[in-house]
Design a protein around this ligand. Structure first.
Ligand SMILES: Cc1cc2nc3c(=O)[nH]c(=O)nc-3n(C[C@H](O)[C@H](O)[C@H](O)COP(=O)(O)OP(=O)(O)OC[C@H]3O[C@@H](n4cnc5c(N)ncnc54)[C@H](O)[C@@H]3O)c2cc1C
Length: 494
């Protein structure tokens, strides 16, 4: 049996591994000349020849066992391919008024920190993390590991557990409202509201159910792959290749060819006009573009395709010719008005003038990512979806805002320290990975029905067509993309 996978994003690669293990002959077609989609890498060279390496997209690694599962499934030892460390510090937080707070992986130490820095009872933090664990345990088996679009998901023990615990899930209130009830200090509310951005949503709209996200970071743990985030991609491509998967780079699929209720193959202009026949097709392309561009004659599930998208991002990759001991791997510089920032993003589709800045520095743990005495700064701002804004002007202004804010908080003029610069914006995210409107995580979760308004991992029209990746169930981010591959390939084996 022959299977085609369209796209070598993380979900496409994981699907190819699972299909190869199940005995399929697998071809992966990737439009770019490299694998990984958003999870890729590049380097910039300074005038004196110094080399900076950057992970292009994801920087926070959670749930490593989902990566390891793929090696085990193939009968391999994960550590022969892929290594990572657990972080003691989850993130350093900075505010303009000089407040600095470290989120420690150790709960008691973190509780002491919020007590001493913010005067917030440490117990409030411990309660929040326990609530996060409870929400996760109720939803994991029901919402994350199975198709929501099969009746079997809604009957049985896991479903009953979910129904009984529904009132605890926070479906009816917002994340911000729940966090305001829990915490006295607005800075801690802001800190926990930030987790809405982990799937590109707005904490003032998204349901409190999304308070499950901190569970991944604090209860399961935050990790760092010792060879960089891209080693997730590279190690899985190596595994897939060893299993016989064939990767065809710089090969864009232009059509999924159908006959009746079946998909019969694909067409890729670069490979000629001939139909390339397959027994099944797995699309890792953003589902909106998959329907609009590859399946224009199929029934278009308009309600799902028109759902509001998650936020996008504006990323500055800077080579910085100095070291900052007060910074760690993950750092946040908060906006002074979080509510206004999200109103601008989601209602006005504008980047806020005092944006929250996420600063990731992999050279803190992987010293060869920057020349000695220097650092590779990955700066991510939450950005609105691409709706045709004047991005060049937006970028120019944002650059000034970021430099001003970082210089103020760090007490050093940052501008003159930048010796290399690359930029990724919602336009380039869209063109490089075919993501509709440059969304980082597919649909937003800004309403309580969002989980049900993501496309299923299978096609309701064609028996042998499947969908994986951040734009379909269960959603965006590396762990969920890996789970989408598991759900789709489980459905295939059924
Ligand atoms: C800046 C940024 C920061 C992020 N931070 C995090 C983070 O810290 N942690 C986290 O877990 N997640 C993060 N994410 C989200 C995460 O990167 C994505 O959810 C995930 O990588 C998406 O994987 P995917 O499998 O959906 O495929 P994508 O990465 O979207 O790749 C899809 C691939 O399919 C290819 N393709 C599309 N159409 C075709 C076609 N017709 N023919 C051939 N090939 C095609 C594209 O070229 C692309 O390579 C971040 C994303 C970005 C951009």
């Amino acid at each position: 049996m022959k299977a085609a996978v369209i796209g070598a994003g993380i979900a496409g690669i994981a699907s190819s591994v699972r299909l190869a293990v199940a005995g399929y002959e697998v071809d992966v077609f990737e439009a770019n000349s490299y694998p990984g989609g958003k999870l890729s890498t590049f380097t910039d060279r300074a005038a004196d020849g110094g080399l900076y390496r950057f992970d292009a997209g994801p920087s926070l690694f959670t749930m490593p066992e989902l990566v390891e599962d793929l090696f085990r499934l193939a009968g391999r030892n994960p550590t022969d391919y892929f290594e990572y460390i657990r972080l003691n510090e989850t993130c350093r937080y900075f505010w303009d008024d000089g407040t600095r707070l470290t989120a420690w992986a150790n709960h008691d130490r973190f509780a002491q920190e919020v007590e001493s820095v913010l005067g917030e009872p440490g117990q409030h933090l411990l309660d929040q993390l326990a609530d996060s664990a409870l929400k996760y345990n109720v939803t994991e088996k029901l919402f994350l590991q199975k198709s929501l679009h099969k009746l079997s998901t809604w009957i049985g023990r896991d479903a009953l557990h979910g129904y009984l615990n529904l009132p605890k899930l926070g479906v009816f209130g917002t994340m911000n409202a729940a966090n305001e009830r829990r915490f006295r200090h607005p800075k801690l509310v802001q800190l926990f509201n930030r987790y809405a951005t982990y799937n590109g949503s707005d904490p003032y709209q998204t349901p409190a159910t999304l308070n499950i996200i901190p569970h991944l970071e604090y209860n399961i743990g935050a990790f760092f792959p010792t060879k960089g985030m891209v080693s997730i991609t590279n190690s899985l491509v190596q595994l897939a290749t060893e299993l016989g998967v064939r990767f065809h780079y710089a090969t864009r699929v232009d059509e999924v060819v159908t006959a009746g209720k079946q998909v019969v193959g694909i067409r890729a202009t670069q490979l000629g006009t001939e139909l390339i026949p397959y027994d099944l097709v797995v699309s890792n392309m953003d589902v909106v573009n998959a329907f609009r561009k590859l399946l224009p004659k199929a029934k278009q599930p308009e309600r799902i395709l028109r759902q509001p998208k998650s936020s996008s991002g504006l990323i500055f990759y800077w080579g910085i010719k100095r070291e900052f001991p007060e910074l760690d791997l993950h750092n946040i510089f908060f906006s002074n008005d979080y509510k206004a920032e999200f109103e601008q993003l989601f209602q006005q589709h504008r980047l806020y003038d005092d944006p929250t800045i996420y600063l990731n520095i992999t050279s803190k743990h992987k010293s060869d990512d920057a020349p000695p005495g220097r650092e590779n700064w990955f700066i991510l701002l939450n950005a609105p979806n691409n709706t045709g804004q004047d991005w060049d002007a937006v970028i120019e202004q944002a650059r000034q805002h970021v430099i001003r804010k970082l210089s103020h908080v760090l007490g050093v003029e940052v501008g003159p320290l930048i010796e290399t610069e690359s930029i990724l914006d919602p336009r380039s995210i869209e063109t490089r990975t075919s993501s509709s409107q440059g969304a980082l995580y597919g649909n937003s979760s800004n309403n309580r029905f969002a989980a049900f308004l993501r496309h299923a991992n299978f096609s309701s029209e064609f028996d042998n067509l499947y969908f994986v990746g951040g734009s379909v169930h269960p959603g965006g981010g590396i762990p969920l993309c890996l789970l989408s591959a598991k759900i789709a390939t489980d459905l295939i084996s059924e």
